[in-house]
Design a protein around this ligand. Sequence first.
Ligand code: GLN
Length: 501
Amino acid sequence: MAVMEHDLVRQDAATLARAMGDGEVSSEEVTRAHLDRITAVDDRVHAFLHVMPERAIAAARDVDRRRAAGEPLGPLAGVPLALKDVLTMEGEPTTCGSRILEGWRPPYDSTVVERLRSADVIILGKTNMDEFAMGSSTEHSAYGPTRNPWDLDRIPGGSGGGSAAALAAFEAPLAIGTDTGGSIRQPAAVTGTVGVKPTYGGVSRYGLVALASSLDQAGPCARTVLDTALLHAAIAGHDARDSTSISAPVPDVVAAARAADVRGMRIGLVRELSGEGYQAGVSQRFDEAVGILTDLGAEVVEVSCPHFEYALAAYYLILPSEASSNLARFDGMRYGLRAGDDDARSVEEVMALTREAGFGAEVKRRIMIGTYALSSGYYDAYYGSAQKVRTLITRDFEAAFDKVDVLVSPTAPTTAFRIGEKVDDPLAMYLNDIATIPVNLAGNAAMSLPIGLAPEDGLPVGLQIMAPPLADDRLYRAGGALEAALVDRWGHLLIEEAPSL
Ligand code: GLN
C-alpha cells in the first residue's frame, strides 16, 4: 500500500524514508505535513518552544533537489525531527527551558546537530524541557508545561517531555533527548514511545548544555525500535571535541533491531527494581512482557543488585554537585539574560540579580544542595561517599552482567501522573527516577519501550532494558523482538491507540 494513502504524520521514519526514496512523496510534503500538524495540535500539547518552518522547508527542498539529481543520501534523509532545547543549533534559540538563556542564540552547532544535518534529517524545532533538564514532568520549564497527548491533564515525563510528546502527538517521527538520570527513558515510558540512553560517551556531548557532565548523554527517541536504531546510528560515534567520547566502533544497532531475536539470550530481572512502590498495572504489564520474552526463547533469571537501593541518594548528591559547578557560567555576563545593569552596580550585584531572576526554584534548590555537598567541611561526607556508592553500583552491574546479557525492569514506578500532583514535592518527583538512575551512575546503555496500557488508568507502561557499556546493540535485539511480539498480539503499535487530539 502506498504511503500517500495514509496520513503522512502517522508513518514511522523508516517507512517515510522508503517512500521518499521510491519517489512516492517528497521531503517537502512530509515536512509540511508535520509543520501543519504542529500548527493544529501544539497549542494544546506545547511540545515545542521554537518551530523553524522556513529553515525546515528549505532543508527539505534541498534534499529533494539532491535526490532528484541522483546524489546518494543517508537512510534518514528528508525525515523530520524534534530537537530538545538543550542542544545548540547555530543561530537558533537555545533556552534549556530557562529564563536565564532567553534571547541567546548559539554561534555553533552541537555535534549531534552537525551529524543530523549531514544525515539530511530535517530539524523542525526545539522542544520543551524541565529547566536545565532538572525534573521528571516538564513542569519545571520556565515556559509552561508540556501535556501528555494520551491525557492532556497529565505530565509527559521529564525532563525531555517535549520530545516525547512531539512523538506521541504525531508532530515528528523522530526526536532527540538527553538522559542524565532518566530524561529520555521515563518520558518514553509515560508517552508510549521508545527512547534510548546510549552508553556514556557513545554520543558526543559537544554543544549539549551541561547539567552533570559525568552523567549526561544525548540519545534517540522515536515510535519504533527500528527508527530509534536508525537515529542512534546517525548521531553516535567518536568526536575529538568531547574528551569523554568513546573511540571504539559503534555497535551495529540497526542490524540488531532488524534481527530482533532473543533466542538463547539471558535476561536478568533486577529484584531491587520491582514489587513494592510500583503501581499494580505497571507490575502486571511488566510480568506479562517478561512472559513473552520467555516464550520467545530467552532464559529469564532473577538477579540482585544490592546497592541499587542507594542509587537515588547518591545521584541526588552527585548531580547537584556537578550542576552547581556547571551552572556557574550563567552569570549575566556571557549569555542571555542580564538583570540590574540599569544603574551603576557592581559586577557581583548584577550576577546575583541575574541568577535570582533567571533561575527557577528547582534549579536554585540543586545549586544550593550541590554547593553545600562540595563545601570543604562536607565534601568527604557527601560528595565523597556518593562517589563510593557509585563504584559499588557499577560493580553490581558488572557482577550481574557476568551472569546475564541484559537486565530488565519497569522504566518508571507509575504511569503518567496529573499535572500539579508532584510539582511541590521534590522527593515525590525524584522517586520517579528510581529505576532509571543506576544506569547513568554506571555509564551503561538502556532503552525504554512500550509494553501496554495499565488496566487501572489506560495509560502507557514502559519496560526498561539495560546492557553493559558498549553493548547497545543488545537493547535493540531484545527490544525489537519484544516489540514485534506485541505488534503481533495487538495488530498494531501501542501508539496507534493514543487519542487523535
Ligand atoms: N529526573 C531526573 C532529574 O531530575 C532526570 C534528569 C535528566 O535525566 N536530565 O535529575
